[in-house]
Design a protein around this ligand. Structure first.
Ligand SMILES: [Zn+2]
Length: 391
């Protein structure tokens, strides 16, 4: 009988091999899929620009002109090709930007030291925040594959074998990971891909009908272009709708799958808590005192944690279906897509949600502020750092 230590090391080797295989497959598909798509774009370009634009509209063959009365329609052919070129450019620019950001790997969380465990690691990186997502003991969340703490909304991606900030999903079709820095460009990519495929499908369908009535033939290449663009249109149109909605409600796909899960949040207790509170009349910014009964909700307080010199946090828990980053649909949209229409369309500026503040890794939603206010109301004299800016 094999000793248990051998069995467990074999198991961990097998697990390591599986993980390595998954990563290789992930990487390979994220190269193969974009190449297939480029091939498909080359094919539909040939059908629309050459077979339809040039050979059917601008310069029909003698056979078509004399035999079937297909007259040259130069203006139509040129206009269709120009619009096609513009749409192709609008699709390629966000896609290239998306690939550039994916390859720059800016959303990957650095790996920790594999010889160190959670309790040996410093949580200093989280000290700068007024609140962060934590476990039941008030520690930041830990990834035991990367041996490092996870910033809020980080998820471990099995295709990359790395923790990824605000991970949405791994998308071999787009060429890699969709996360904090790529979500905006991904939405632009799928939106313009839907527009591009819809245009190609409509143009091919119209002249396919025209050709059947005049010539009576149904070229296989034209049918192929209709089939390819129909499939990609359904796919990209659906992704546009789903991604846009998720951005507005400020959910990543990972958070959408975990919807209903609770979050523990560590709120830093302000150092000013124990200092005498100045009379309300002396300060124009004095806060409206709130009573516990002002709040309908009651959030569980799990524990109070002392960390480092004078840093105390209180850990509270959200309720099911409460999302800590939801505010309004427009705020959610702007948080990723940018503050102006130009930002929504052009794939150059990064998402506003990448800007950090002392309040947290990401801007908190209403529910988190309500939790903090409720805690203060229940504990007169205690001040939470998160609410300090509000006073
Ligand atoms: Zn990880």
């Amino acid at each position: 009988m094999a000793p248990p230590s051998v069995t467990s090391s074999q198991k961990s080797n097998a697990h390591g091999n599986n993980a390595a295989l998954e990563q290789r497959i992930g990487l390979a598909t994220s190269v193969i899929m974009p190449l297939l798509e480029l091939g498909a774009m080359g094919f539909v370009s040939w059908v629309l620009v050459f077979l339809i634009g040039v050979q059917y509209l601008i310069d029909p063959s003698e056979d078509l002109r004399l035999g079937f009365n297909v007259q040259p329609r130069r203006g139509t052919g040129i206009a269709l090709i120009i619009v096609y070129a513009i749409l192709l450019l609008l699709l390629l620019v966000p896609w290239l930007r998306l690939l550039q950001v994916i390859w720059s790997k800016q959303d990957l969380v650095p790996l920790g030291d594999p010889s160190r465990e959670k309790m040996d690691m410093s949580t200093k990186a989280f000290d700068k925040y007024d609140a962060f997502i934590c476990d039941f003991e008030g520690m930041p969340l830990w990834c035991n594959k990367c041996h490092n703490f996870k910033p809020d909304r980080t998820h471990h991606c099995k295709e990359l074998g790395r923790c990824v900030r605000k991970m949405d999903h791994y998308c071999p079709w787009a060429g890699g990971i969709i996360a904090e820095s790529t979500h905006k460009f991904f939405l632009q990519f799928v939106f313009f891909a839907a527009l591009y495929t819809a245009y190609v499908w409509i143009v091919v369908a119209v002249f396919f009908g025209d050709r059947i009535s005049k010539v009576g033939s149904r070229p296989g290449t034209w049918i192929g272009a209709l089939a390819v663009t129909a499939v990609f249109f359904v796919f990209t149109f659906t992704m546009t709708g789903m991604t846009g909605w998720n951005l507005m409600i400020n959910f990543t796909s990972v958070e959408g799958i975990q919807r209903g899960g609770i979050h523990n949040i560590a709120f830093l207790i302000s150092r000013s808590s124990r200092e005498p509170i100045s009379p309300p009349t002396s300060s124009p910014r004095s806060r409206k005192e709130r009573k516990s009964s002002d709040f309908e909700e009651d959030w569980p307080v799990l524990c109070t944690v002392q960390r480092g010199a004078g840093r105390t946090s209180v850990v509270m828990q959200t309720k099911t279906l409460e999302h800590p980053w939801y505010t309004t649909l427009m705020t959610g949209w702007k948080d990723t897509m940018g503050n102006s229409f130009i930002d929504w369309i052009l794939p150059f500026r990064q998402s506003p949600c990448k800007q950090r503040s002392h309040r947290g890794e990401f801007e908190w939603g209403e529910v988190v502020y309500d939790m903090a206010k409720k805690y203060e109301a229940d504990n007169p004299g205690t001040r939470l750092a998160l609410l300090e800016g509000e006073r």
